[in-house]
Design a protein around this ligand. Sequence first.
Ligand code: SUG
Length: 413
Amino acid sequence: MLAEINFDGLIGPSHNYAGLSLGNLASAKNAGGVSAPRAAALQGLEKMRANLKLGLGQGLLLPHDRPNSVWLNQLGTDIAKADARLRANALSASAMWAANAATVSPGPDTQDGRCHLTVANLLTMPHRSHEWKGTLAQLNLAFAHSSFAVHAPVPAPFGDEGAANHMRLCAQHGAPGIEVFVYGVAGGPFPARQHVEASRAVARLNEVRDALFVAQSEEAIAAGAFHNDVVAVANEHVLFCHEQAFADKESFYADLKERLPQVDIIEVPAARVSLADAIQSYLFNAQLVTLPDGGMALIIPTEAKDNLRVWAWLNDLVAGNGPIRQIIPVDVRQSMANGGGPACLRLRVVCDAAHVDPRFLLDEAKIDRLAQLVSLHWPEEIAPDALDNPNLWADIGAARHALLSALQLEVLV
Ligand code: SUG
């Protein structure tokens, strides 16, 4: 049976605030702060637990090997000799944001009926450009069954940031969908990370039958929406987005309505929630999920509840008779401080759970075990000047090894 499973990236032991992401306002604002990797990973695990309790399918992707010595060697250096910037790039825990791991096209949408996953190259940001190998290795294991096809990333120079710039609209998860690939052209002072050539290549690799290519608005990128999932999210027949998310919303909405007449577009007007409020609160970086009893819930970061204008709008939303019946705040503040909300932390895969390698699937008992392991091995905090400490590098490596052996995934060493 086909169902949606959310694969969350477990926040890695090297989680830190190095301010590496130009155009990501939270990352810039918190640069130089002291991070709390243990609390961060526990927050992520509690989000996974809460989703399991809602009756949703839950999976896991693992932190990558950090510092990435292979990458540093390719650059002619190593962790001891690298300058501070390269060292921070090699230590980043950015693989936690699984929405950037790959673009997923479920079987009902594709020509050969397989679920296709194309790993994102993430080449715009140096610290993310070396994630793809670790991601490809994991996806090849997790989705080795013949009902999946895993593709290597699109080559340079076409930047691809994965599912964060991809939305799927359909009658229900198991039915054929329209896949919307959102790309950027210009972003004011900030880079447009998703290139249209990459989006088109991914749609071809994934054998998508019905694809729409839609430009993100320049004003959204310039306001800090470095990925589409900061200003829009879709689930089944619902598109929930900011009024200023897209460059030409009229033609996009018309194309959608033509293909899926029952589409329900919930557009938040700028007069109620400005782009600045949307980006500060991460209202749209929510998980919009279908609950087992049929209604939809919006899983928002607590920051969206703390913003008075956003919270007032959300209360009006649930008071109406729309498809979103429940708002569920979750605390992922450690990730949020680097610009990663609830939606960034997960990769959605509509598939048959029986076809997924069970080592990547979670139940509550496994979450308990992981929480214990994190409490034991993840650093409590990382101050910026600790990044050059060899003891920290060793602790980070040991923590990941403990995780791999607990999950019987030593093959990923
Ligand atoms: O790529 N932050 C990530 C956040 C990714 C959010 N993902 C989605 N929107 N789907 C990024 O900008 C911060 C790293 C640092 O500053 O150390 C960072 O990479």
